[in-house]
Design a protein around this ligand. Structure first.
Ligand SMILES: C[S@@+](CC[C@H](N)C(=O)[O-])C[C@H]1O[C@@H](n2cnc3c(N)ncnc32)[C@H](O)[C@@H]1O
Length: 341
């Protein structure tokens, strides 16, 4: 089914039929079936990419940016990201992917802030005009007259966080980008998780839903010879995790995966502050499924460390999957569980 933003965009099919167009981070994949094959997709979220790439081979790309030798477009539509600073760097980047006088459009829902975001397009074009509004969404557009240069590194922040935990005061160097969870900060739930971990086992371990790689970086400080896999659905998170982990001595690899679907192997331990949002909506199903699948990914005696908002209903599910499951710590907002297979 088409999302409201795609329904709004479908009113511009004449525009999308002329020349080569790119849709960036569309909130649904159904729109591609309604458009000519001159319209392709660039996805920073692996679930959307996987769904559509199976049906339309060669028309879609997953990653933080497009391949270097990619042919330029006549028009690009960016679906409004959740974080304003993510919108800012994506506009700067996508402007470099257009032919001269190419059209850069931004589509999104009123409740996501599209009305105040249209003017962000003026960083790369003269005037941002509203093309249309419908279904509680609007589309803004600007003509990009000259192709500027873009350096992703300029938008990557390097910051230090202190974790005053049971293993002592540990300092972490993290790389992050706007659009990555808890950008530039240490989430209070993640802090509770880290404060209570005192050792990291040798052998394969997993940082599930890794964000900028903060959990992996912490585990690498506890044991520099860990062998850790970091997984996330978000290409920005994977890029930042790669940067964060490359500053440690750990043996690591990052993998794009929706839930545990593309995570290979069995682990001695899994650590996570799991997601409870899909886009703007609250969504418990990702973590429900993760809890059901996690046990299969653990070796016998393996441990799952999971922190979650106190109000989230995970205790029962954890107890159904693991007979040995304890609350290790709790604050007014978060609960930390440790379950053993
Ligand atoms: C609460 S954040 C935790 C990030 C990081 N571990 C930390 O503690 O700062 C959850 C992460 O889950 C990722 N995520 C969302 N949906 C996912 C899914 N279906 N599969 C895997 N990861 C997902 C998000 O991109 C985000 O990085």
């Amino acid at each position: 089914m088409l999302s409201p933003a795609s329904q709004c965009l479908m009113r511009q099919t004449d525009m999308l039929a002329e020349g080569r167009w790119l849709l960036v981070n569309p909130t649904d994949t159904a729109i591609f079936a309604e458009l000519p094959d001159t319209v392709s997709g660039f996805h920073q979220y692996f679930d959307q990419y996987q769904t559509i790439a199976k049906r339309q081979r060669g028309r879609h790309h997953f990653g933080i940016t497009l391949p270097e030798d990619n042919e330029k477009y006549d028009g690009i539509v960016l679906y409004l990201p959740k974080a304003k600073k993510h919108t800012v760097w994506m506009i700067a980047y996508l402007a470099t992917q257009l032919k001269q006088e190419g059209l850069l459009c931004l589509v999104g829902e009123n409740k996501g802030g599209i009305k105040s975001s249209g003017k962000l397009l003026e960083a790369v074009g003269e005037r941002a005009n509203k093309l249309d509004s419908a279904r509680h969404c609007s589309i803004f557009a600007t003509v990009v007259s000259e192709s500027k240069t873009f350096e992703l590194d300029k938008f990557v922040t390097k910051h230090t966080v202190q974790v005053p935990g049971k293993a002592g005061n540990i300092e972490l160097q993290l790389a992050s980008l706007p659009g990555v969870f808890s950008h530039g900060e240490l989430d209070a739930g993640t802090q509770l998780l880290l404060e209570n971990i005192t050792t990291a086992p040798d052998g394969k371990i997993l940082d599930f839903a890794c964000g900028c790689g903060v959990v992996g970086a912490y585990l690498a400080k506890l044991n520099s010879s860990i062998n850790i896999q970091l997984s996330d659905i978000n290409a920005l998170a994977l890029h930042c995790s790669e940067l964060t982990m490359s500053k440690t001595e750990a043996n690591f690899n990052v993998v794009a995966s929706n839930g545990l679907a593309d995570v290979q192997g069995s682990f001695k331990a899994i650590y996570t502050n799991p997601p409870f949002h899909t886009g703007l909506e609250t969504d418990y199903t990702i973590t429900d499924k993760f809890i059901r699948d996690a046990k299969q990914k653990l070796l016998s005696g393996g441990e799952l460390w999971l922190v979650a908002n106190r109000f989230l209903p995970y205790a029962e599910q954890l107890k159904q999957s693991f007979s040995n499951c304890k609350v290790m710590a709790q604050t007014s907002k978060f609960t930390l569980y440790r379950c053993i297979k």
